[in-house]
Write a protein that binds this ligand. Structure first.
Ligand SMILES: [Zn+2]
Length: 518
């Protein structure tokens, strides 16, 4: 039988739909893993005839009051629901989508030898330690990183995984075990490094793989998670290389998971960066991605040193190098893009290339501030990523979203990024960058039930009650009171329901100690 959740008495519902509607005093019904009704439709019949629940939400002409939630005194009216959540004094919104992370890095968070240096020195200090990671480390670090994300409102995360000591299969298997335990919607960005220090790159020899080996392993993953372009064409589906982001294939036929507990993993092919990947691998990975209709991602134009590296090795700016290897196309998103000029930004917009903006990491590593406001004005799809746990050193999506807004405003331009634009990057923007805005990123009937809620009664929001977006973006971030992912209740009343966090943190601490003693 279908599983139903009723979220009643919602003080504010930020939909992020095409009208950017914010509903007041409404309710929302989830059936299995989808949003079934908002403020109307399948309300238990007697509810409609009762009085309106008094609310302390003050009237605001900008907010839509048309779908008032009506409470029933008849207990039977709620029998059809497996779970009823009272969202009075809560702001409910679409779950955040984090488009960039390196979860394994939270075992080396705040590593003292690399805490006051820029990107390249930071990497070369940490590479030798990461080469000693064991398979179980990938499980425990992913679990802790994901839980931190969930508590901050994230319901979908990408993890860019590019270190495989012990082999691809064991590393990924361990990471996916953590994903399943946490319940998050997951995108595996299979990273790769093929250009070692000896050949003019940055990573040490022990962390790079042969091109053939990388391609073989990516092919294996593509066969499992991708969908052949030729088959999509036969089914009349649109494909990734179109300059249109509404084209990610829904699900492999027979793999729709309406009644399943866990969301399906999206695969992204993600050679790591210009200074760690050979040119021919960039080209071959793109061929593979197009064959299997997959998104591609890489770090790009992150700092001045990378810019100089590209000019020296390829005699091109990072953007032009990407163009040459066939990476300026609609199935791509770049992480960072700090050093892009006006012309390159226009080309990003024109080609449908998305961006994952990681402001804390860029500031922490003294890389610079990406011209995000200019990108938004040019209609580039921009999303937000927390970046790895060793360069943020936080996996808090609400804090990162706030940081993205403050960071743009700190540039001192008259063109101010708005709170709504910023929230859009963290929700709908993320969905667009991943090519999944037809299923996640907004709260609309028929979309996947990825829903979060913040309690406005917290001290951090005192005085901000009338302005739900402002409260979230301008006030000090808090953890979620509610998180539902794929229709499954993960956080209720601010408490994680599916695991004992203290136990997990104890294990995590042990593994950090062990890693640093190896
Ligand atoms: Zn990164």
């Amino acid at each position: 039988m279908a599983k139903r959740i009723l979220i009643k008495n919602i003080s504010y519902l930020i939909t992020m739909d095409s009208d950017r509607k914010i509903l007041k005093d409404c309710h929302l019904i989830i059936k299995d893993n989808k949003i079934n009704a908002i403020g109307k439709g399948l309300i238990p019949k007697a509810i409609l005839s009762k009085d309106i629940e008094p609310s302390n939400v003050e009237e605001d002409s900008k907010l839509d009051n048309t779908n008032k939630f009506v409470e029933s005194n008849n207990k039977e009216d709620y029998d059809e629901f497996d779970e009823i959540i009272d969202a009075k004094d809560m702001v409910i919104l679409p779950g955040f989508i984090n488009t960039h992370h390196h979860l394994y890095q939270n075992l080396t968070r705040c590593f003292s030898a690399s805490q006051d240096v820029p990107l390249f020195d930071w990497l070369t200090t940490l590479y030798p330690i990461w080469s000693k990671l064991e398979p179980y480390d990938f499980y425990i670090s992913a679990l802790v990183g994901i839980v931190e994300l969930i508590l901050s409102g994230c319901t979908t995360t990408v993890d860019h995984l590019y270190i495989f000591p012990g082999g691809q299969d064991t590393v990924i298997e361990n990471e996916l075990r953590a994903v399943k335990k946490s319940g998050i919607r997951f995108c595996l960005a299979r990273g790769s490094m093929s250009l070692s220090e000896e050949e003019g790159g940055l990573p040490p020899k022990e962390l790079v793989q042969e091109e053939d080996e990388i391609l073989k392993q990516c092919q294996k993953l593509a066969e499992k998670y991708g969908e052949k372009k030729s088959e999509l064409k036969n089914q009349g589906k649109r494909i990734q290389e179109d300059n249109n982001n509404n084209n990610f294939p829904k699900m492999k036929s027979g793999q729709e998971y309406d009644n399943d507990e866990f969301p399906r993993t999206q695969l992204i092919l993600a050679p790591t960066s210009p200074f760690s990947v050979t040119k021919s691998l960039m080209e071959k990975i793109m061929e593979l991605a197009l064959e299997f209709n997959l998104k591609c991602n890489t770090h790009l134009a992150e700092n001045r040193q990378e810019n100089e590296f590209c000019l020296e090795r390829y005699n091109q700016r990072p953007f032009d190098y990407m163009k040459e290897v066939g990476w300026i196309r609609g199935n791509v998103f770049f992480t960072h893009t700090v050093y892009l000029n006006e012309d390159e930004i226009l080309k990003l917009a024109k080609s449908g290339v998305g961006v994952s903006h990681c402001p804390s990491s860029n500031m922490r590593l003294a890389s610079g501030i990406a011209p995000i406001k200019e990108m938004l004005d040019a209609n580039v799809n921009v999303s937000i990523g927390v970046d790895g746990s060793s360069s943020n050193d936080s996996s808090n999506m609400l804090a990162e979203t706030r940081m993205a807004m403050l960071c743009q405003r700190s540039r001192g331009s008259d063109k101010i990024i708005s709170t709504e634009q910023t929230l859009e990057m963290a929700t709908l923007g993320g969905a667009k960058v991943l090519g999944r805005d037809d299923e996640i990123g907004t709260i609309e009937e028929g979309k996947k039930a990825d829903i979060i809620g913040f309690d406005l009664n917290k001290i951090e929001y005192a005085g901000a009650y009338k302005n739900p977006i402002g409260a979230l973006l301008l006030c000090q971030p808090t953890n979620v009171a509610l998180s539902i992912i794929n229709g499954r209740l993960i956080v209720k009343n601010g408490k994680l329901l599916n695991l004992d966090l203290r136990k997990v943190l104890r294990k995590h601490r042990e593994r950090t100690k062990l890693l640093l003693s190896r």
